[in-house]
Design a protein around this ligand. Structure first.
Ligand code: PLP
Length: 522
């Protein structure tokens, strides 16, 4: 490349077009063949270390991108493969991925109006539109962040500062030692992490017990609130989760909103996943109560199919972010109050114009098609639940609540719970090591479960049936190595569970692992 910087001249257009063509050629010839590379971590590391990332003289772009394709891209996790189903790790809309080129080339920086004139208003318009989709009021606002972790931190920062009576200028008051954040025991780890960053300590988060499906039990929440009062603790925030990471459960948001209003706590909803359900008129009622939140986390890089990062923290009242403002003479000057400087809403200063890829791709795809993707995935999870229930060697752990399916291998000749834990751990590791499937593995009530997280709209029911067969066959193969098979206790029950959301889910369904009681941890 003679010209290194795009300036709109015919020469730079030609250079960029060639570069884009090379990238496309690279993608076409290095699309991984399987969901995961069948290479060891040491092999992957050694291949990468052959690269000199900073040679004295540059290497032609077409050569470098070709090398990167063969070494990195070809050995990637293939997110569009239906057998890649462990995480909230989705294929991306091509319209959005293509628009990332424009974000990179034009490089608007979202901190100040004088670095992002139209972009500032594009982001503001987008977040207010998404807030409207979630039912937040007219005066709602928000800001784009790198991910749900960052959005949860920002939401809880606003909650903390409200408890402190305003912007955090002098540090936490002595009363902060008694501040508590109530969240489902299935809440995302970033809630605890945020409280550590905020100086409240991880243990300021009081885990509230959940029912068999993973939703907060209201009786447990009420007990926790009473216990907090007895201890002289102040609940500064109640966090509802809309789409827990493991069971996809949605807390009873409406009731949580009411409890938060009663005790004067901030109501934050972690809808990193669940926000996608709002796209569909059929599924949106599952989120009832989200419109009462003070703040909401929405990840558009999960459902909504945006390239990472594409998250937002939405706030009910635009005024609630005013405490974040820290005027700088060089940037968001006090006297320039006729312009919007998004740094005033954000924990970042320089920040990408990710709003552009969302704006373009959501408009190009259209809400109906996006809603169709979400509905397909919820239906697919329900279908996976039925297949597992009917499968003699698989066992459903929790009926699917939204887009995740928790289950385990339970072959005819098993054994103790410890043996089942070992077998399921082995199955997941074997499939990953052989590069044949990326299946989730977690623990529920202390026991190992396998997990499918269905975020790939191109996956079909046949794909899922094949994946389940692959998993059960692997279970059988690995059980053959198991030293002491014993007969499996009890027959498989005959009627399938009712997995369809929202109202027919039996939230008190018994799980193989049973409920667990937790006492208040001050
Ligand atoms: C994914 C997720 C997060 C974390 O979001 P990142 O974008 O990975 O930072 C937080 N909460 C929930 C419920 C999530 O699903």
């Amino acid at each position: 490349m003679n010209s290194q910087f795009f300036d709109g001249t015919a020469e730079s257009v030609a250079v960029l077009r060639d570069a884009v063509a090379s990238v496309l050629d690279m993608l076409a010839s290095n699309s991984p063949h399987q969901p995961f590379p069948a290479r060891t971590p040491a092999e992957l590391r050694a291949a990468i270390e052959a690269f000199d990332p900073l040679p004295a003289r540059g290497v032609p772009f077409t050569d470098v991108i070709k090398e990167a394709g063969e070494t990195v891209v070809a050995s990637g996790a293939r997110v569009v493969d239906p057998r890649c189903a462990a995480h909230l790790h989705a294929p991306t809309l091509m319209s959005s991925a293509a628009t990332e080129l424009a974000i990179g080339v034009t490089n608007q920086s979202m901190d100040s109006f004088d670095q992002a004139p139209a972009a500032t208003y594009a982001e503001d318009h987008l977040v207010r539109t998404i807030a409207g989709v979630l039912g937040l009021p007219e005066q709602a606002s928000g800001v784009i962040t790198s991910g749900g972790t960052a959005s949860n931190l920002l939401g809880l920062l606003l909650a903390r500062d409200r408890a402190a009576g305003g912007a955090n200028v002098t540090g936490l008051p002595p009363a902060a030692a008694g501040w508590r954040v109530l969240a489902s025991q299935a809440a995302h780890t970033s809630v605890r992490q945020a409280c550590a960053v905020l100086g409240l300590g991880r243990d300021a988060v009081v885990p509230v017990d959940t029912d068999g499906s993973g939703r907060i039990r209201l009786e447990a929440l009420d007990e926790t609130l009473r216990a907090a009062e007895r201890h002289g603790h102040q609940p500064i925030a109640i966090v509802g989760t809309a789409g827990t990471t493991d069971t996809g459960a949605i807390d009873p948001l409406d009731a949580l909103a009411q409890r938060a209003a009663q005790c004067g706590a901030w109501f934050h909803v972690d809808a990193a996943v669940g926000a996608g359900l709002a796209l569909s008129h059929r599924l949106a009622p599952m989120l009832r109560g989200i419109e009462k939140a003070d703040s909401v986390t929405a990840d558009l890089h999960k459902l909504w199919w945006q390239p990472i990062g594409a998250s937002m923290l939405l706030v009910r009242d635009a005024g609630s972010t005013h405490g974040l403002r820290e005027p700088a003479d060089y940037l968001n000057r006090a006297e320039d109050n006729d312009v919007l400087n998004l740094v005033d809403r954000s924990l970042d200063t320089s920040r990408r114009f990710d709003a552009l890829k969302m704006l373009v791709s959501l408009r190009a795809t259209g809400r109906d098609r996006l809603a169709g993707f979400v509905e397909h995935l919820v239906d697919l999870a329900a279908e996976a639940g039925r297949l597992i229930h009917a499968h003699p060697e698989l066992e459903l752990v929790v009926p699917p609540q939204s887009i995740t399916v928790l289950f385990r291998c339970h072959p005819a000749v098993t054994t103790t719970d410890d043996d089942l834990d070992a077998l399921n751990t082995d199955v997941q590791r074997t499939l990953l090591g052989e590069g044949r499937a990326v299946v989730g593995r977690t623990r529920l009530r202390g026991r190992v479960a396998l997990k499918l997280t269905l975020v790939n709209p191109t996956a079909t029911a046949e794909d899922i049936a094949e994946l389940l067969d692959l998993i059960s066959a692997t279970g059988r193969r690995r059980t053959a190595n198991c030293p002491s098979p014993r007969p499996r206790p009890g027959p498989h029950s005959s009627s399938p569970p009712e997995p369809d959301p929202p109202s027919r889910v039996d939230h008190h369904q018994k799980t193989p692992f049973g409920p667990v009681e937790r006492s208040y941890r001050p």
